[in-house]
Design a protein around this ligand. Structure first.
Ligand code: NOJ
Length: 594
């Protein structure tokens, strides 16, 4: 199906849109600072990790037909967009983030016909589909790389970054996943090193070559012409490199990630991509913005730059509870609510007049949000998961909810390296073992932070394997599935799942929660995160207790009462103009002045 914007325009005039209101002109009397409206600002995105969502053929791996069988559930949540992690042909060194054919579906996930029925099934239900675009690197099994590595004169040689060995060892580049830590890998066939910021099986494409860029744009058109509604762009700030590969400049103080995100031509390439492809379709874009500093944010997303619409910033997830400078190890002392508020507030202000933000607390690269930011003990899991959902759905940014977080799924906390499937954990473990490091300390840290915590299968029911598969699951299922699962939560109106649906309905019924001005209250309060959202004379207050001790705060000056719109606990926290919040209580109030 052709969906280029120019073809769509007459259609849009003729028929009603099934999705949220499409780009609408600015309404008249809106506060000056109110951002321009757009459908992709109003949506709630649900991330589906396909390997772990639903297995339909009992090989232990989730697949496309499995997702199709769960479309009514997804619809019932009230979400508008599904973001699907990669399902393309891949040897799965990094669970699909190593692509060997961008126009094919990996057999474990099904066929292109299955993909088409997923897309149609979503569209029939008024839900859009965002795919992952992984073009900083390919798999080493991609035909381009196979050609490229075969000889120095192959026409594809220049699709990747090569450093001939006769020039000596190239300047250090750090790799996220490599067992030796180096992003340069020697290849004896042509006696040269190739660059791979991620694993050895993920060589970096050379965007400086215009043929590479043309290929990428063609791939994007292929999927847009099929009807997909957008891309989440994997590590997109990393695509441009200084191809002289100098030593890391001292100004970066050893921070390779920040350096990778500041390639000399990243904006030139994104503008070209926008001109050639993105601007021609009515779609949404979100870049994975690792390494992008707050002062560079608008370069990627300000409207007049014509690059991306939004990106994910990682300041919160990179720091909260992690050891400074080394995010493989936890540090529970490195958690302060005022610091967390500061991060949200700072990023809100960046997009106050231009661009647009996103908000997330979990994804396939993070441990579970309730375990990390809330409290997953039986007593507090329910309240704290709801509290975090309230935060995600009341921010001025497009919210992304990771599958399972609508249930309050928690970390599995593996203790045995043999349970892990993530190459990042396994490769660091092997390296540490070789170097005689402290393996117990490492495993204790991974139990809290490993990406596999977020990748255990979706918990559908109390049946065997949580209803995920009748085979052997590719990764162990969290044993708490007997309590925490969709079927049980459907039956219980007080469940995290029921609250999630109500919270989504609240966001959807209140454009104020999308566009309204955000103002932080009670900045230094160590237990309560409180803020207001206001638009056109109305003000809502959100108060969130991040503590098992509850917390106190007050209505902002000038307001005398508040009407509770949603509350995750049975009791009202309002005592006159004071709020006495219970453990992990979350409320949204409409404020009045009398
Ligand atoms: C970010 C993805 O989210 C992650 O899962 C992947 O390992 C790396 N990029 C490399 O593609």
């Amino acid at each position: 199906m052709k969906r280029r914007l120019e073809l769509l325009l007459p259609l849009l005039a003729a028929c009603a849109h099934t999705a949220p209101p499409a780009t609408t002109p600015n309404p008249p009397a809106v506060e000056i600072s109110t951002p321009r409206r757009a459908w992709w600002k109003q949506v709630v995105v649900y991330q589906v990790y396909p390997r772990s969502f639903q297995d339909s053929d009992n090989n232990g791996v989730g697949d496309l037909r499995g997702i199709v069988s769960r479309l009514n559930y997804i619809k019932s949540l009230g979400v508008d967009v599904v973001w699907l992690n990669p399902v393309y042909q891949s040897p799965n060194d990094d669970n699909g983030y190593d692509i060997s054919d961008y126009r094919a579906i990996m057999p474990e996930m099904g066929t292109m016909a299955d993909f088409d029925s997923l897309l149609q099934g979503l569209h029939r239900r008024g839900i859009k589909l965002v795919m992952d675009l992984v073009v900083n690197h390919t798999s080493d099994e991609h035909p381009w790389f196979q050609q490229s590595r075969s000889s120095r004169t192959n026409p594809y040689r220049d699709f990747y970054h090569w450093w001939p060995a006769e020039r000596g060892t190239p300047a250090k580049r750090w790799s996220f996943f490599d067992e030796e830590g180096s992003a340069w890998r020697y290849d004896s066939t042509t006696q040269a090193f190739y660059l791979h910021y991620f694993s050895r099986k993920q060589p970096d494409l050379k965007w400086e070559n215009p043929r590479v860029r043309r290929e990428v744009y063609d791939i994007m058109r292929f999927w847009f012409d099929k009807g997909v509604d957008g891309f989440r762009m994997d590590v997109i700030p990393f695509i441009s490199k200084d191809t002289t590969f100098p030593p890391l400049p001292a100004a970066y103080h050893g921070d390779y990630v920040a350096y990778y995100a500041k390639g000399p031509k990243v904006h030139e390439y994104l503008q070209e991509m926008n001109r050639e492809v993105l601007s021609k379709y009515d779609i949404m874009t979100v870049g994975e913005g690792g390494g992008v500093a707050v002062e560079d944010a608008l370069k990627f997303v300000a409207e007049d730059r014509h690059e991306l619409q939004t990106f994910f910033q990682f300041e919160l997830v990179d720091h909260w509870g992690r050891r400074p400078g080394n995010w493989l190890y936890p540090d529970s002392s490195n958690r302060s609510l005022p610091a967390l508020k500061g991060i949200f507030t700072k990023w809100d202000s960046v997009f106050a007049t231009s661009g647009w933000g996103t908000v997330f607390l979990g994804n396939h690269d993070q441990s579970r949000m309730v375990s990390r930011y809330g409290n997953d003990t039986p007593r507090y899991r329910n309240a704290s998961a709801k509290m975090l959902q309230t935060l995600l759905l009341t921010m001025r940014a497009t919210p992304y909810i990771y599958d399972g977080d609508e249930l309050g799924m928690a970390n599995i906390r593996f203790t045995d390296i043999r349970d892990y499937r993530d190459l990042m954990t396994i490769n660091y473990y092997n390296r540490l073992k070789r170097e005689g490091g402290d393996l117990r300390e490492f495993l204790a840290g991974q139990a809290e932070l490993s990406r596999d915590n977020g990748r255990t299968p979706m918990q559908w029911s109390a049946d065997s394997n949580a209803g995920f598969t009748a085979g052997v699951p590719w990764i162990r299922i969290n044993p708490d599935y007997r309590m925490v699962n969709v079927a049980a939560e459907e039956r219980d109106t007080g469940s995290v799942l029921h609250y999630f649906r109500r919270m989504i309905q609240l966001r959807k019924s209140e454009p104020l929660l999308v566009y309204g001005k955000y103002q932080l209250l009670d900045r230094e309060n160590p237990e309560v995160f409180a803020y207001t959202r206001s638009l056109q004379g109305r003000t809502l207050m959100v108060a969130l207790s991040f503590s098992a001790k509850g917390g106190m705060t007050a209505l902002p000056a000038g307001y005398t009462s508040g009407k509770i719109l949603i509350n995750n606990l049975a009791s009202s926290p309002l005592q006159g103009t004071r709020l006495e919040l219970g453990a992990y209580q979350a409320v949204v109030l409409e404020l009045t002045r009398d």
